[in-house]
Ligand binder design. Structure first.
Ligand code: APR
Length: 224
């Protein structure tokens, strides 16, 4: 069965109503990354960081997967698909995708500040005083800037084995996620869906310079 690796970024969830980070009116326009998405920021002002993620978690529970998530999920029926997402939403899973690797964590999970392997589901607000079973403060299960990306080796191994690679809705600016393409087999074709593509087309790369909700179904049809 043909193996497909799909690398997604915030752009795949944009049409579900979730802001991207670097587009105009993006999330990082309204917030200082180092204040709300770094261990130092959490140390300095934990309540403010918890509130930032509470707002994003509340919004996530009000949105739905879009046509791009749904089209990708149908590929599971005919191909061996692994979604490698930089997104912390659960829209790929809700659309029905079976194999999803979250490089940057998950908004609907929290973890102990003391033991990063102590992770649990969490769908409500997380506040100061919400403690793990060992009585340590809980924090969002998000990979903050400056923290290790534990799943990157697993993701690289998926890309190495892929016969085709889809890159959807990412500015390819944040490493190590942006460096995953270096692991692709020379013969693996790359399909890039983004209205403002950050790479150029060549004999290995086909670009769909359009939104995910129209571009992804086209790529999925091509692969079926
Ligand atoms: N469909 C497809 N792509 C879109 C759409 C859309 N409707 N709208 C915007 N895009 C594209 C933009 O053109 C851009 O290339 O999505 C990309 C979004 O880029 P970023 O905002 O930088 O998001 P992303 O690449 O996912 O950021 C990576 O940076 O801040 C960190 O941890 C955060 O996971 C995030 C990482």
């Amino acid at each position: 069965m043909m193996k497909i690796a799909v690398l997604t970024g915030a752009g795949v969830s944009a049409e579900s109503g979730i802001k991207t980070f670097r587009d105009s009116d993006g999330l990082w326009e309204g917030h200082d990354v180092m204040e709300v998405a770094s261990p130092e920021g959490f140390q300095r002002n934990p309540a403010s960081v918890l509130d930032f993620y509470n707002q994003r978690r509340r919004q996530l529970l009000t949105v739905q997967p879009n046509a791009a998530h749904l089209a990708l999920a149908t590929l599971d029926q005919t191909h061996d698909v692994t979604i490698i997402t930089q997104n912390v939403d659960d829209l790929h899973e809700r659309a029905g995708s079976k194999n999803v690797i979250h490089l940057h964590g998950e908004l609907l999970k929290v973890r102990s500040t003391y033991d990063e392997n102590l992770v649990m589901d969490w769908k409500t607000d997380l506040n100061l005083g919400d403690l793990c079973k060992n009585k340590h403060q809980l924090r969002p299960h998000i990979v903050w800037f400056g923290e290790m990306v534990p799943m990157i080796e697993v993701a690289a191994a998926v890309v190495e084995k892929a016969d085709a690679i889809l890159i959807i809705g990412t500015s390819m600016q944040v490493y190590p996620a942006a460096g995953l393409m270096q692991y692709a087999k020379p013969e693996a074709h790359i399909y890039f869906v983004d209205p403002n593509p950050s790479i150029s087309e060549n004999n290995r790369i086909t670009i769909f310079p359009e939104k995910a909700s129209t571009g992804v179904p086209k790529v999925v049809e091509l692969l079926k």
